[in-house]
Design a protein around this ligand. Structure first.
Ligand code: FEO
Length: 406
């Protein structure tokens, strides 16, 4: 013993990843719980395969964990399911220690790895339907382009009913626990929902295709490349993904704003009251206090997106611009938007916010404006106006959720 150890997740299959305890920002995505980069070692009767690696700074942690199970020099395959460097960063270092390993990836994967590392690894290209026989353990590949890069693929191990899903079903969650049933489920699902909202929301047609591709598989365990491994709640996470991908948000509202002298904040509370009066749960987010990526967790499930900014220099506050730019890029669909804000003279911010919401393709409610400081009567009128507008909206159609088998 000694050194960092692998953790067995099934007979002959080990978690050998790295834990990024201190990460608090992942290219613009707040990660208050840190993250993990999950790599897996599959030991067959004839061959061994390492599935994905870790961020380069955690290379030695990965190597120690792999070495606790096998002699690295004898590693046969290094499967690259995704070129992004949180999973590929340690490939050059692994290959220094495992010079006989062949890099198994799809055509886009090979292209991407060449463009990242500018060197000639020994490649074996695979496509959907291809299999790699390790002896009693078979890796079966499914390419899932644009979930969320062109090179993404997943692999399925039928003998163990195990799906190595890479980014899909992942969560940014650093913990000593490895499985979904070792932590409160709602925390794991919340992080998975946040991950969905920030990473894959803008690729929904491709996510639906990927879900379709794995829908025929008999899955007993999902091993993603971030966070906890799904073993007790496989059906739950598949149902959530199906629901989030369906683009049929729930009757929920978020009211997102920044404020200069509390006038737009007062309006936000009045608007939230309208939802409350209609029995629609609403959450308020002050952009001075809330990170934009945190708000995306609720965007995934909320039909109503209300955004407020006072007018500053004929424009909107930078915090609001940041949120709206991010929201537009992640392109949630089938939402209802409402722009609001207070102003002194120009009042341009409200139309500008409305323009962003229009660009998002949302159905729009009549924007709400208030001059300087809204009094109690004005705030009551705002609540009444929004309540009336909500009453005039058509109810969303109910949907049937059919999850892939698990
Ligand atoms: Fe976890 Fe797209 O990398």
């Amino acid at each position: 013993m000694g050194g960092m150890q692998a953790r067995k997740i099934k007979e002959g299959i080990y978690w050998v990843g790295g834990i990024d305890w201190s990460l608090r920002l992942f290219h613009g995505y707040s990660t208050p719980r840190g993250t993990t980069y999950n790599a897996y070692l599959v030991v067959g009767e004839k061959k061994t395969a390492l599935i994905d690696t870790v961020k380069s700074y955690l290379s030695e942690e990965l190597l120690e964990r792999v070495s606790s199970v096998i002699d690295l020099a004898k590693l046969d395959y290094l499967v690259c399911n995704h070129v992004e460097m949180d999973h590929s960063g340690a490939i050059p270092r692994v290959l220094e220690r495992a010079p006989n390993a062949t890099v198994v990836t799809c055509a886009n994967g090979e292209k991407g790895l060449r463009e990242h590392f500018h060197r000639d690894f020994r490649f074996q290209q695979v496509k959907t339907g291809d299999k790699l026989d390790l002896g009693g353990k078979t890796l079966s590949f499914v390419t899932t382009p644009m979930v969320h890069w062109p090179d993404n693929m997943v692999c399925y191990l039928p003998e163990d009913r195990l799906l190595f899903s890479n980014d899909s079903f992942g969560q940014h969650y650093a913990s000593p626990e490895r499985f979904d049933d070792e932590l409160p489920l709602h925390l794991v699902v919340e992080e998975a929902q946040k991950y969905f909202g920030n990473i894959v929301l803008c690729f929904l047609p491709m996510v639906a295709k990927a879900l379709e591709a794995v829908s025929g598989l008999d899955i007993d365990m999902i091993a993603p490349s971030h966070g906890l491994i799904w073993r007790s709640h496989v059906r739950t996470i598949l149902e959530h993904y199906k629901r989030w991908t369906s683009n049929q948000p729930e009757e929920r509202a978020i009211v997102v704003y920044d404020t200069m002298w509390d006038s737009t904040a007062k309006m936000a509370r009045a608007i939230s009251g309208a939802f409350e009066n209609r029995g629609v749960p609403a959450k308020l987010y002050d952009l001075k206090e809330s990170h934009i990526s945190e708000i995306m967790t609720d965007v995934v499930v909320s039909r109503y997106i209300c955004v407020g900014s006072p007018t500053l220099n004929n424009s909107i506050l930078p915090t609001v611009a940041s949120f709206l730019t991010y929201l537009r890029s992640l392109s949630p669909k089938k939402r209802v938007g409402l722009a609001f804000g207070s102003y002194g003279w120009g009042g341009q911010s409200i139309e500008q916010v409305n323009g962003y919401l229009k660009d998002c393709g949302f159905d729009l409610l009549e924007p709400v404006k208030a001059k300087y400081v809204p009094d109690a009567e004005t705030l009551h009128a705002i609540t009444a106006q929004v309540e009336k507008a909500l009453a005039g909206l058509a109810a969303p159609k109910p949907i049937a959720i059919v999850a892939p088998s698990a």
